[in-house]
Structure formats: structure tokens, C-alpha cells
Design a protein around this ligand. Structure first.
Ligand code: ATP
Length: 359
């Protein structure tokens, strides 16, 4: 049982941010695909501010795409409300919602050049205006010089940028991105998502990104909503969900961590690592999360636990170590210029406050 100290500010951030005038407001969204089966989206609710980028992050099958499809109007929710600009849009068709979508396969028209692909998204504009506008959007994504090329003459990253230009050209209030970078190789993925983020911010568009890649969510989004088993388990800024995970699932999904059982007495808990500072303060049995980069390895004895290095992984800019003490495993990350050998006995010193988990 966890006895939380309610006098101190809570670090638990599963509550949904209340923007003054959110662009999108979702509450109690539920979906099941077959009668009597369990919910694949289970009472999901969140708000999205104007110009904000939110990532829905979670493992395969947790309900991210289904949530996105309900917002887009391709699936009907079993329960719950979707408000866009204060208007309930549950009954509107996808076309009436005026929401842009970019899928992972780009879906460019193969028989049209880039300018024509982008111009196609502007049927509301006079024909004479479309070509100039298409060029402006291609310019924004850095591809104006390639306007007369066909899609199959482009790299994956360039095709992705055209798909984005085409979606932006329709000037939607909201853009939904469903794993848009997953077809790109690692290096291209990183540069493309950085460029795409800059373009979206320049255009001031509100965005929901669906991804199972934690690095992508952390670097791309203003806020992250972590989904697990159809539920939204935590919503917060990237730093918040990483440093102050609400539960063990979030802690482990966002990176390596040390999950430690302990006995809390206010701001300190006794754990296998010795006494460590915790937040928020608690009393009784607790489970805490301490990131590996917050654990220092030292040859100097301290008032802390010692352990044996059992695995070492050189990762370029840092080294990842697995350590063992009396059957308990710990992980630590050190700068790569500090070298420890497998079999060496070291002292483990926590450098930061560990986060008390909710469950
Ligand atoms: N059309 C469908 N009919 C029946 N079940 C479906 C359908 N679409 C999705 N599901 C199921 O609903 C659950 C949620 O699927 P969804 O695609 O929303 O998850 P996801 O988090 O987006 O996964 P992924 O990252 O693999 O795309 C899964 O168990 C999936 O098998």
C-alpha cells in the first residue's frame, strides 16, 4: 500500500491538461470491434490546444490507430464525445470534419507530379491560383525545385514531405499523423521528423501523432499521451512522462529503468540500493523508478549498495551496464570514457530523486 503525503505537490500527471479553449476535446471515448469482446479503446479523454503537437504513444495493439480513426470519422465510437472547436462532431462524415491525415505509406497519386499532387488538395481554390499555391506549399517543405518530378523519382523522406505539403495545402484545423516516419531508415527518420516538426510549427497546425517509438514521441511532441490496453494511462510533457512516470508500464515503455521495492518514510525510502530520496513523499511500501543515467558507478565506498557488473554494452556516446547483487539486477548508464569491466565490483550511488509509482 502507498500512503501518499498529500501536503506536497503531486508528481502524478495522468490528469488531462485543461486548455482555456482547446481545439479538440475528447471524453469517454470507447470502441470495441466485436460485440461482447473487450474494449480496444477504453474511456479515452484528452484535450489538444491550438498549434499543439500531441503524440499518442504505446505498444502495438493498444488502440492508438483506432482512437485516431474515430477522431477522423472513419470509425464510430461506442460511447464518448469528440468536440472540434467547441462543436460536437461525432455525427459528421470524415469530409465534413476538415481534418487532414498523413498515413505511413504517403498515398501520393503516382500519375501526378508533385505540384499536381499538392494542387489536388485545393479544389476550393480557383484553378489559376492552385499552381502558385502548390509551389508555396512545396517551398515550405523544401521541394519547390522538384515540383515537376513524379513521386517515384523521390526518396521516401521527400515523398513524406510532399504528403505533408498536400495535407497542409487543404489547410485543415487538425492533422493526424499515423506512424508517418516508420517507412524511413533510421538516419532519414530523424532528419525528416525534425524538418516536419519545424514545418508544422511554422504553419501553426495542431497535430496528433500516433507512434510506438518512444524516441520519436519524446523529440517530436509538445505532450505525450501514453496508451496501454486501450487506456490513456498518462498525459504530460515529454520530460514529465520520462522523469515522473505514473506507473511501471510508462517507466519501462519510455526507456530503461530500475524498478525498486522500498519502505518509504516521507522523502526517503529504504531500497535494495540503500536509502534513496523519493518524490512525492510517501509512507509504507512503495515501488519507485530510477533511470539508469541517475545511478553513478564508483570504486569508492559510500553509504550505498555494491554490485557486480554482469553485462556491458558500448553505445558510442555512453555505456550501458547491467549489475547484480544477491539476485537483484540494476542498470546504469555512464559516459563512454568511463570504462568498467565485466566482473568488476562497484558501488552504486543514486544521483537523483526516484519517482514513486502509482501501482
Ligand atoms: N477493423 C478491425 N476489426 C477488428 N479488430 C480490430 C480492427 N482494427 C483493429 N483491431 C484490433 O483492435 C486493437 C487495437 O488496434 P489499433 O490498430 O487501434 O492499435 P494500435 O495501437 O494502433 O496498434 P499498431 O501500432 O500495431 O497499429 C487490436 O487488438 C487490433 O487487433
Amino acid at each position: 500500500m502507498i500512503a501518499l503525503d498529500l501536503t506536497s505537490p503531486s508528481v502524478f500527471t495522468t490528469s488531462v491538461r485543461r486548455a482555456a479553449n482547446p481545439l479538440l476535446r475528447i471524453s469517454g471515448l470507447c470502441k470495441r470491434y466485436r460485440r461482447n469482446s473487450s474494449l480496444v479503446v477504453d474511456h479515452v479523454g484528452f484535450e489538444l490546444g491550438n498549434g499543439e503537437i500531441l503524440a499518442l504513444l504505446g505498444p502495438s495493439g493498444c488502440g492508438k490507430t483506432t482512437t485516431l480513426r474515430m477522431i477522423a470519422g472513419f470509425e464510430q465510437p461506442e460511447a464518448g464525445d469528440i468536440y472540434l472547436d467547441g462543436r460536437r462532431i461525432n455525427a459528421l462524415s470524415p469530409q465534413q470534419r476538415h481534418i487532414g491525415i498523413v498515413f505511413q505509406d504517403y498515398a501520393l497519386f503516382p500519375h501526378m507530379n508533385l505540384a499536381q499532387n499538392v494542387a489536388f488538395a485545393m479544389p476550393h481554390r480557383p484553378k489559376a491560383e492552385r499552381a502558385a499555391k502548390a509551389r508555396e506549399w512545396l517551398d515550405l517543405v523544401g521541394l519547390a525545385d522538384l515540383a515537376s518530378r513524379m513521386p517515384d523519382e523521390l526518396s521516401g523522406g521527400q515523398q513524406q514531405r510532399v504528403a505533408l505539403a498536400r495535407t497542409l495545402a487543404a489547410e485543415p484545423r487538425l492533422i493526424l499523423l499515423d506512424e508517418p516516419f516508420s517507412n524511413l531508415d533510421a538516419a532519414l527518420r530523424e532528419t525528416t521528423r525534425k524538418e516536419v516538426r519545424q514545418m508544422l510549427k511554422a504553419a501553426g497546425t495542431s497535430v496528433i501523432l500516433v507512434t510506438h517509438d518512444q524516441a520519436e514521441a519524446l523529440s517530436f511532441a509538445d505532450r505525450i499521451g501514453v496508451m496501454h490496453g486501450g487506456r490513456l494511462v498518462q498525459v504530460g510533457a515529454p520530460e514529465q512522462v520520462y522523469q515522473q512516470p505514473a506507473n511501471a508500464f510508462v517507466a519501462e515503455f519510455l526507456g530503461h529503468t530500475n524498478l525498486l521495492e522500498g519502505e518509504a518514510q516521507g522523502e526517503i525510502a529504504q531500497t535494495a540500493l540503500g536509502p534513496i530520496a523519493i518524490t512525492p513523499p510517501a509512507r509504507g511500501a512503495v515501488r519507485v523508478s530510477l533511470r539508469p543515467e541517475h545511478l553513478t558507478l564508483s570504486s569508492v565506498s559510500c553509504n550505498c549498495c555494491s554490485a557486480t557488473i554482469v553485462e556491458r554494452e558500448f553505445r558510442g556516446h555512453d555505456c550501458f551496464y547491467l549489475l547484480e547483487q544477491q539476485g537483484q539486477r540494476f542498470c546504469a548508464i555512464t559516459p563512454s570514457h568511463i570504462q568498467w569491466r565485466i566482473g568488476e565490483r562497484v558501488h552504486l550511488e543514486p544521483q537523483r530523486t526516484a519517482t514513486v509509482l502509482q501501482e
